[in-house]
Design a protein around this ligand. Structure first.
Ligand code: NAP
Length: 288
């Protein structure tokens, strides 16, 4: 049994189909929902895991919104750290494996192109809780930390992802104002889900892996590429400079990650940015 936490989320919801493609039957995939598996109550989680007896947990569920983590710091600690510790502890006692979804926000964004082995220095509360979640995961003997880059895709909310921000503004004839000094290594959500599925089904996955695309791009470069891929007016993408104090939230400037390990280790590593945008344009759901 492979158990996915956060299977209603942006990334988690895509994983069952990819696991199936890697040969995992549908009835060997468990996706407990929040009402029975609430990370805000870490002590209740072991009982649920006892019932499912997973041999692998893909731990996607988290408090992911940066502002939410700043506003409710204690809850973020419970959900992102203590609950992760409870899952890792269960894995240790039951010879199970855990794959923990971390983030590029564990880095301070000063240097960029971070390797898996580089020191982490998060600068916002979300990043701190995810870095400590990584440490909690490592309590398990068989643990993989998968640091996910900025993720592109079509979300349930239709407004959340970077591509949706650009496309919705440009289609409405508005500008999309984008940072020219904030750099990421964006990855398509289906590629991230496929990577996680391959990690879950391979015999000896790496202990830490960066799940990102092959290119380091600024937000405005991404916006322009998305506009081009959706045949929208690239001139509506305006460059601005990130002012660290402007929102009261510390956002790391350059959290681009070196992704050579993923390209060496996996059969189908994440696609290029232009291929990702082409896929996004082809798979865009109809307007509601
Ligand atoms: N999206 C990105 O760009 C990105 C980038 C880097 C890293 N990540 C990491 O990737 C993981 C998945 O991100 P995502 O974008 O898929 O997040 P998401 O769309 O916000 O989904 C979060 C999932 O967690 C569940 N959840 C939240 N609080 C919970 C709780 N107290 N108890 C049980 N379940 C709870 C949600 O359930 P409900 O549906 O019930 O709310 C949902 O299924 C996270 O660990 C995140 O830190 C994401």
């Amino acid at each position: 049994m492979i158990l996915i936490t956060g299977a209603t989320g942006f990334i988690g919801s895509q994983i069952p189909a990819h696991l199936h493609a890697f040969g995992v039957p549908r009835d060997a995939i468990a996706t407990p929902a929040r009402d029975t598996f609430n990370l805000a109550q870490p002590h209740s989680l072991a009982g649920v895991l006892d019932r499912y007896q997973p041999r692998v947990i893909i731990h996607c569920a988290a408090m992911r919104d940066l502002m939410h983590c700043e506003r409710e710091p204690e809850l973020a600690i419970t959900v992102n750290i203590h609950a992760t510790a409870a899952l890792a502890d269960w894995c240790n006692h039951n010879a199970a494996r855990i794959i923990y979804l971390s983030t590029d926000q564990v880095f301070d964004g000063v240097r960029g192109m971070y390797l898996e082995t580089d020191p982490r220095r998060p600068i916002n509360h979300y990043g701190v809780t995810k870095a400590l979640g990584e440490d909690a995961t490592r309590v398990a003997t068989h643990a993989t930390v998968a640091r996910i880059a900025l993720t592109l895709g079509h979300t349930r909310e239709r407004t959340r992802s970077p591509n949706e921000f650009v496309v919705s503004n440009l289609r409405a004839g508005k500008h999309a104002t984008l940072f020219e000094n904030e750099f990421r290594t964006p990855v398509l959500v289906s590629d991230a889900a496929r990577t996680l599925s391959e990690l879950a089904t391979m015999p000896s996955p790496p202990t830490t892996i960066h799940v990102g695309g092959p290119e380091r791009l600024s937000r405005v470069e991404m916006g322009t590429g998305i506009a081009r891929g959706f045949s929208l007016d690239t001139a509506l993408c305006l460059a601005t400079r990130h002012q660290p104090q402007a929102t009261g939230l510390q956002r790391p400037l350059d959290t681009s990650m070196d992704t050579s390990l993923i390209r060496r280790s996996l059969t189908h590593p994440p696609r290029s940015f232009s291929d990702s945008v082409r896929e996004l344009a082809l798979t865009e759901p109809p307007a509601t």
